[in-house]
Structure formats: C-alpha cells, structure tokens
Design a protein around this ligand. Structure first.
Ligand SMILES: [Fe+2]
Ligand SMILES: [Fe+2]
Length: 271
C-alpha cells in the first residue's frame, strides 16, 4: 500500500494557521463570487461528520485501517471548515455553529434516508460496496483539492492562497488514502468495477449536492471548472479516474462542468 496509515494518523491534525492574518480580509476583502464559493466549502467541510455517519453503517466499520483513516479525516475536515469560518467571519458573515445549524435545519428527506440506504447497499453489494465508497471518496477529494486550487487562482488574494495551499496539502493525503484503497479494491474484481462504474455514472454529483441548493452547486462548478484552466483541471481528474481499474472513459467531471456551463444565465454572474 502506498499510504502508511500509521504514519498518516501520527501526522494528521488541525490545519496550520500560524502566520495567517485573518485581518487581511478586512483591509482587502474577497470579491462576492469567492465568498459565495467559500460559504459552500465551509458548509460542506462541516458536513463531513454527517458523511461519516453514513459510512459507519456500512461494512467500512469492520476495517480498522479504514476507521483509523476516517477518524483523522473527519477531524481534519472539521478544522478546514473552521478555517473557512474565520475567513467568512472576517467579512462579518455568519459562520461556524449558527451557519451549520441552519444548514442542518434545511436538510431534506434524502438526509434521513441516507444511513438506511447505505446500510442496505452495503448488505446487498457485499465487499464491492467498499470499492464504491473508496472510489467515491477519491473522486470527491480530487475535485475538492482542484476546486481550492482554482478558487485561489481566481481570487488572487495572497492570504487566501496561503490558507488554501495548507488545506490542499491535507486534501492530498486524503487523496492518497482513498485512491490507494480504490485501486486495491477494484484491481482484478470485475463485480466491484461494474458496480462502481454504474454508481458513478448514475449517482455521482459534485460533493455537497445533497446538502446545498442546486443553484449553489451549479454556480460553484461553473466558477471553478468552467473557465481558464478549469476545464483542463476537470480533464486531469477524469484521467485520474481513467487510471483506476475498469473505470476508463467515464468523463465524469468534464461532463458535469459542461452541463453547468450550459445552464448558465448569460450576463447574470461571472461564475
Ligand atoms: Fe477539506
Ligand atoms: Fe479532504
């Protein structure tokens, strides 16, 4: 295995905020579109613990390597949410607990059903469900890291760039875990490959789609993957997916970005 889980758990921790001066955002505020993306990212990072709820009702809880990772993963994602909360707070925007409470209050019926569906899916699919879960995680971490990279590039704010660079470094370790596990579980297992391919093609949506309003999802995808180097980054993620056993030619991220661009209202937003 490429990733040493013991090494990861020892290195995992709160994202380093030393030297990040959040008052910089008061003297040099971020533009509206960047803040809109940050609100989305804040909400979704803080939703990670709810994704953990859905994972632990599957066979994932029987694998100690996976549960060690998930323990640290949730902790690190929590602090990503808190770091983004500090950016929003510096713009006098609601963030942290009050904002999270309002997101949780707005959750729909699919949130109530999610643990049951995951539990049933795991029971029916057996070990192949683990391949779906790990591949899903890899795709979400790839898109998250790329999204932060694009947001930093579009915002052009040195303090935000440094903060996101530190978050992206931790996202890179999440990628290592999920991608390594996905490759291992898909390798030589045609049933797992078929199920994962089917699940991605029919069910995958950008991370946060089950929590955030559709308009916010569309905006985020357009803003980050619709312009400049965004389409090339989307293609790079698709190439990463292509390299996983049995998952070639899905074009998942490029097609999602193209669909979002097709729904754009001309002249309404730079997203
Ligand atoms: Fe994160
Ligand atoms: Fe992550």
């Amino acid at each position: 295995m490429r990733m040493d889980i013991d090494n990861y758990t020892k290195r995992a921790g709160r994202v380093d905020l030393d030297g990040i001066d959040f008052d910089d955002f008061r003297s040099q505020p971020l533009d509206d579109d960047t803040r809109r993306c940050l609100r989305y990212m804040h909400d979704v990072e803080h939703h990670t613990v709810c994704y953990l709820r859905d994972l632990l009702v599957t066979s994932a809880h029987r694998d100690p390597e996976v549960t060690s990772f998930l323990t640290m993963w949730t902790f690190e994602e929590y602090w990503h949410g808190e770091a983004l909360a500090a950016v929003l707070a510096a713009h006098d925007e609601a963030a942290g607990t009050p904002r999270i409470a309002s997101v949780r209050a707005s959750l729909r019926w699919n949130d109530r059903l999610a643990p049951t569906l995951h539990s049933l899916g795991s029971w029916v699919a057996g070990p192949s469900y683990g391949a779906v879960h790990m591949t899903w995680g890899a795709v979400n971490e790839w898109t998250t890291q790329a999204g932060y990279s694009r947001l930093a590039a579009r915002a052009g704010h040195p303090t935000l760039t440094e903060l996101l660079r530190r978050i992206m470094r931790q996202e890179g370790r999440h990628i290592d875990f999920y991608a390594t596990q996905a490759e291992r579980r898909l390798h030589g297992d045609q049933r797992a490959q078929r199920l994962t391919r089917f699940a991605l093609r029919t069910l995958w949506r950008p991370v946060g789609s089950d929590v955030m309003p559709a308009a916010e999802v569309q905006f985020l995808v357009r803003h980050l993957f619709g312009h400049d180097s965004g389409p090339a980054l989307a293609a790079r993620i698709d190439r990463n997916i292509d390299r996983l056993p049995g998952l070639g030619g899905l074009h998942l991220i490029q097609e999602t970005a193209e669909r979002s661009m097709a729904t754009a209202t001309p002249g309404r937003s730079s997203g």
